[in-house]
Write a protein that binds this ligand. Structure first.
Ligand code: NAP
Length: 301
């Protein structure tokens, strides 16, 4: 029996653990993939306060993890299958066992959205990638493309330009969602070539990906880009399918109040998985701190 089970080991979950660990609550974090979540794939974070020269995502997340562990938080690399409310507490079923807790905090974050165009599934892992920091090394001195106009796409285009010989950034309009500092850096980088007002209409190849077909959103004319890699960076979707029917949700994201309480007593949610405006490491940390304090108060009551 745990006091608190945290589902997801990204910035929000690690922060909840820091707070509940310091409150001496018996806490475990379940993480299916990698500690740090999506933040651990960010090459350089310049907007997380406290690091004047910026810090790499993996280093920051390793620090978060060590800090939570310092207060006795346990980590288990297991995949969550189910959450149930029983008279004796919340039961969490993973691929390895069943666990009980007095409270659960869901911090499962979000995963990369897919393009849903022909060829995407076929060439996943054979040219199509969703993580530039993980896969860029396979494309040293190659021509690659990246789709998207947010912080992820622009930062990853900059990162890829250090490794690939040319980077095409494909975006469906002319304005960017990414912060202006990163956009200016990208515009000044002569290894990055923009393809604006274009969408990917299909991905073609022969065993491995060979080319990406772009369509102009206005003229509908097509362009063939012969590239060896296509990085898809078109936003996030909540990673919460198994929570349908467990807590109230909206468009796949969990609805919470300001204390991160969900519609079910004893279940809290924090970070990218909840309905909210901004999804940044700093805002996930704020959510995590709030949830950590709220769950501590709830268990004391
Ligand atoms: P995002 O901000 O939601 O941007 C997604 C981009 O993909 C948008 O430009 C969108 O175009 C485009 N898009 C969406 N669906 C598309 C489709 N089907 N086809 C083509 N383009 C499509 O997502 P993100 O860049 O992954 O960032 C997610 C969150 O993490 C954001 O809050 C971001 O600020 C944060 N983040 C922060 C950092 C950092 O601060 N260091 C790094 C990475 C991410 P439109 O603009 O036309 O909608």
């Amino acid at each position: 029996m745990y006091d608190v089970i945290i589902l997801g080991g990204g910035p929000a979950g690690l922060t909840v653990g820091l707070y509940t660990g310091r409150a001496k609550l018996k806490t475990v974090i379940f993480e299916a993939n990698n500690i740090g979540g999506n933040a651990a794939w960010i090459d350089q974070l310049d907007n997380y306060p406290g690091f004047p020269q910026g810090i790499s995502g993996p280093e920051l997340m390793a620090n978060f993890h060590q800090q939570a562990e310092r207060f006795g938080v346990e980590t288990r690399m297991e995949e969550i299958i189910k959450i149930e409310t029983l008279p004796e507490g919340k039961k969490v079923t993973t691929n390895e066992g069943e666990y009980l807790a007095r409270a659960v905090v869901i911090t499962l974050g979000a995963k990369r959205r897919e393009l849903q165009v022909p060829g995407e599934q076929e060439f996943k892992g054979s040219g199509v990638s969703y993580c530039a920091t993980c896969d860029a090394a396979f494309f040293a001195e190659c021509e690659v493309a990246i789709v998207g106009g947010g912080d992820s796409a622009v930062n990853e285009a900059l990162f890829l330009s250090n490794i690939a010989s040319r980077v095409y950034l494909i975006h469906r309009r002319e304005g960017f969602r990414a912060n202006q500092t990163a956009v200016d850096k990208m515009l000044a980088n002569d290894k990055i070539e923009l393809r604006l007002n274009k969408v990917v209409s299909r991905i073609e190849g022969d065993g491995i990906m060979k080319q990406v077909i772009l369509q102009d959103v206005n003229t509908k004319s097509e362009e063939i880009l012969e590239v060896e890699g296509l990085f898809v960076s078109v936003g996030l979707v909540a990673a919460a399918e198994f929570l349908e029917g467990v807590v109230d949700m909206e468009d796949g994201y969990i609805i919470t109040d300001e204390d991160m309480r969900t519609s079910v007593e004893g279940i809290f949610a924090a970070g990218d998985i909840r309905v909210k405006r901004s999804r940044q490491v700093a805002t996930a940390v704020g959510d995590g701190a709030q949830a950590g304090m709220a769950v501590t108060a709830y268990l004391k009551e």
